[in-house]
Design a protein around this ligand. Structure first.
Ligand code: SPV
Ligand code: MG
Length: 431
């Protein structure tokens, strides 16, 4: 009996998949390689069902003899191991990023005289309904939260980009590039107090109230499916925080970060140039404990942000606080720094990991921006937030336009730097 191999990455089994499996079973004994979460996420969206569940479902489809994990978008390793006589696939992978994958399958199969069989890709007229349903379920609060949790556990760096309104969120949601044979995209969205305030022409001092910030959350939720990490500043009074964290959970936020400052909060990057104070460990732990008690979803994350490095209190102080905050129930620690070098962040991460292997570490490399994500991964840092770049990029472009219109007393010159109306409209989804 011939050995037949095929790879599946889907969450939802539909007729096209069954067609491929039926055809494969006619040709021989079928092994299905189920693509691991990391690679599904890289090329499509993060799967709703984790690998184990997808494997179990596929194992139980008639005609499938065996399932294995395919740990790369490229088939090389797994097919060299299994040496199938036939690899089977739909005929819809001859362009885009899949072309390179297909070419490599043909090349590797040739090593033992294996054959690639392609069958006509079946596109159900209702496929768009499936896709819409999938997209809607990806946007559900609980699904976003699960994705954040699962991806953090995977050991890969969870990349987060700021958004401050629907349009900037759409860019974070939709932008992907292909590089070094991989598709890259952001994993989540940061709702920054700095950007929310600045976009409203207000200082970053907890002046923009929660109701107003929730409007931005709502706009962003509506047009995206990625997990949302909300910057809740200090969280305010404990008595208020227990209500506000529930509201954020209900709104669909995936994680909330509160920082251990007290009194009038100033932006961290101003450091000790302005008056700002760190909370006591006891009081901040109480806020964490009460916040955790208030939330219902086990996937929702409360992350404690440590300002010791911002306020020149040193790594020892940050580590003491991190330990206490985790004991109080924090699901993650954000360690912030305004240094140009990442040394103190790496020292913190390495020493924290000596005793705590699991708690998520979050960083915001605004000042030590030379560090690549791979280096954060080496230091077992889980989440990297690009906290303000969208807003900082938009402002100079707008400044150039207003200056140009004043200088020229017409908008012809400025129009050269503007996106066309058609293009800007095409960014926005139409039902
Ligand atoms: C924000 O983006 O609002 C932050 C990060 O809190 S920072 O501005 O660096 O303090
Ligand atoms: Mg902030």
């Amino acid at each position: 009996m011939k050995k037949v191999y095929l790879c599946m990455s889907t969450d939802i089994i539909q007729t096209g998949h069954i067609n491929v499996i039926e055809k494969a079973a006619e040709l021989g004994e079928v092994t299905v390689g189920v693509l691991s979460d990391k690679y599904v996420a890289m090329y499509e969206k993060y799967p709703i069902l984790p690998l184990e569940e997808r494997m179990r479902i596929i194992q139980n489809i008639k005609g499938v003899s065996k399932v294995v994990v395919q740990n790369d978008i490229y088939y090389d390793e797994i097919i060299r191991e299994l040496k199938p006589d036939i690899v089977i696939h739909g005929d819809n992978w001859t362009d885009g990023y899949q072309k390179a994958v297909r070419d490599r399958v043909i090349e590797v199969l040739a090593e033992w005289g294996g054959e690639l069989i392609e069958i006509p890709y079946y596109k159900s007229s209702n496929l768009h309904l499936f896709e819409n349903a999938m997209s809607e379920s990806r946007g559900l609060p609980e699904v976003r939260r699960q994705v954040l949790r699962r991806k953090i556990c995977s050991g890969e760096v969870f990349k987060v980009m700021v958004a401050y309104d629907g349009l900037s969120a759409l860019l974070v949601e939709k932008t992907s590039i292909e590089k070094d044979g991989e598709r890259r995209q952001f994993d989540g969205i940061w709702i920054s107090s700095l950007c929310d305030s600045t976009a409203k022409g207000k200082p970053d001092i907890e002046l923009v109230d929660l109701t107003s910030r929730l409007n931005s959350v709502n706009d962003i939720m509506e047009v995206t499916t990625k997990p949302i990490i909300f910057d809740a500043d200090t969280g305010g009074l404990v008595e208020h925080f227990v209500y506000n964290i529930k509201t954020l959970e209900r709104m669909g936020v995936s994680a909330v970060i509160i920082e251990d400052k007290i009194g009038l909060k100033r932006n961290s990057l101003l450091g000790n140039d302005v008056e700002q104070h760190q909370d006591s460990i006891e009081h901040f732990c109480e806020k964490i404990r009460e916040g955790k008690k208030a939330i219902g979803s086990s996937a929702f994350m409360l992350i404690a942000r440590i300002e010791s490095l911002i306020l020149d209190q040193g790594v020892d102080d940050a580590l003491e606080r991190a330990k206490a905050y985790v004991e109080a129930g924090a699901d993650g620690i954000m360690i912030h720094s305004r240094a140009k070098s990442p040394d103190e962040i790496f020292e913190f991460a390495d020493r924290f990991r000596e005793t705590d292997k699991d708690t998520a570490i979050v960083v915001v490399p605004t000042t030590y921006n030379q560090v690549r994500e791979s280096e954060f991964k080496e230091h077992k840092i889980n989440v990297v937030i690009y906290a303000n770049h969208m807003l900082r990029a938009a402002f100079p472009a707008m400044q150039k336009v207003v200056t140009s219109v004043l200088e020229n007393e017409r908008c012809y010159e400025a129009s050269q730097d503007c996106m066309s109306i058609k293009d800007i409209l095409s960014l926005v989804p139409v039902e």
